[in-house]
Design a protein around this ligand. Structure first.
Ligand SMILES: Nc1ncnc2c1ncn2[C@@H]1O[C@H](COP(=O)(O)OP(=O)(O)OP(=O)(O)O)[C@@H](O)[C@H]1O
Ligand SMILES: [Mg+2]
Length: 271
């Protein structure tokens, strides 16, 4: 959705001049900053009774959906926007459990209370469909009034480095966005990290998860790793440490995604 700001009054016979485009992101920023939306041509909307903007005919609900879509685009995950719970394989990708969890999150937001399960851990082998299942959760959540973001763990860390943030955002804004989202999906936890993570990665991850826990905001994690290493393969604890594991496992539920690598061709390629 874009809204064109036009100069007024318009001289007869002249096209309205587009000053600049207001993107959903800018709109959301303006709204959060307390801008008078009526000045931008957006009629005032009554606040929803249950605190959830989920009717897409309302600009706030569309802006919320667009926050999700742009987070998926930033993660180069446009392909995953088409998945809903009904597309997931049952029981491998646990669509029913995901739906039940989402119901509890929506209800908790409606009631203004903390959800019972704050951390949903989705471990599984490479290519088993973890990101797809998590994306389906986000697609549905963003249509039910939750401000939802998905970010790869490694991308979040890169964005938190000086001058690493996208679109001219500052590192503290990146943190704020990810701490404040109603639902955060942290994809590929400890992915692209061999051995022990740097002090920076540990500190940033503990800070993000701690802050979300303290505020009672739910987070879903996908990972190829197990909590503890086995047979020479490192686990989450070996890479990110005990402090981090203890936070992730706090008020957590584990949904194991099972199955073969879906990307692998049926017949081995000979090369
Ligand atoms: N239920 C499904 N129906 C159709 N295609 C699916 C389904 N689940 C997953 N896929 C496809 O299988 C492929 C692998 O899925 P996905 O990327 O979710 O796996 P992953 O477990 O996140 O992999 P990785 O460990 O590499 O991150 C993708 O191309 C995805 O589109
Ligand atoms: Mg994945």
């Amino acid at each position: 959705m874009t809204v064109a700001l036009e100069t007024t009054p318009i001289a007869a016979g002249r096209e309205p001049r587009r000053l600049f485009e207001i993107t959903p992101k800018l709109l959301e920023t303006l709204r959060r900053g307390g801008a008078d939306m009526s000045q931008l041509g957006i009629p005032a909307q009554p606040e929803p009774e249950d605190g959830l903007w989920d009717n897409v005919s309302v600009p706030q609900a569309r802006a919320l959906k667009n926050i999700w879509i742009s987070s998926m685009r930033e993660a180069a995950h446009d392909d995953y926007l088409r998945f809903r719970f009904k597309h997931l394989d049952d029981p491998q990708q646990k669509p029913k459990s995901l739906e039940r969890w989402l119901d509890t999150l929506v209800q908790a937001k409606r009631d203004g209370v903390r959800p019972e399960v704050l951390n949903l851990i989705m471990p599984g082998p490479i290519g088993s469909g973890k990101t797809t299942a998590a994306a389906a959760l986000g697609n549905e959540a963003s249509e039910r009034g939750l401000v939802t973001l998905l970010v790869k763990h490694a991308t979040y860390l890169a964005w938190r480095r000086p001058d690493g943030s996208p679109d001219g955002q500052r590192a503290y804004q990146v943190r704020k966005r990810h701490v404040e989202a109603d639902l955060l999906i942290l994809d590929e936890l400890a992915g692209e990290m061999d051995g022990t993570a740097t002090e920076f990665a540990r500190r940033e991850t503990v800070d993000l998860i701690d802050s979300r826990l303290a505020a009672g905001r739910p987070t879903a994690y996908t990972t190829n790793l197990r909590s503890r290493g086995t047979g020479g393969n490192p686990g989450i604890v070996d890479i990110l440490g005990e402090r981090l594991l203890s936070r992730i496992e706090s008020r957590a539920h584990v949904l194991k995604i099972i199955g073969e690598d879906r990307r692998k061709p049926k017949k081995d390629l000979d090369w």
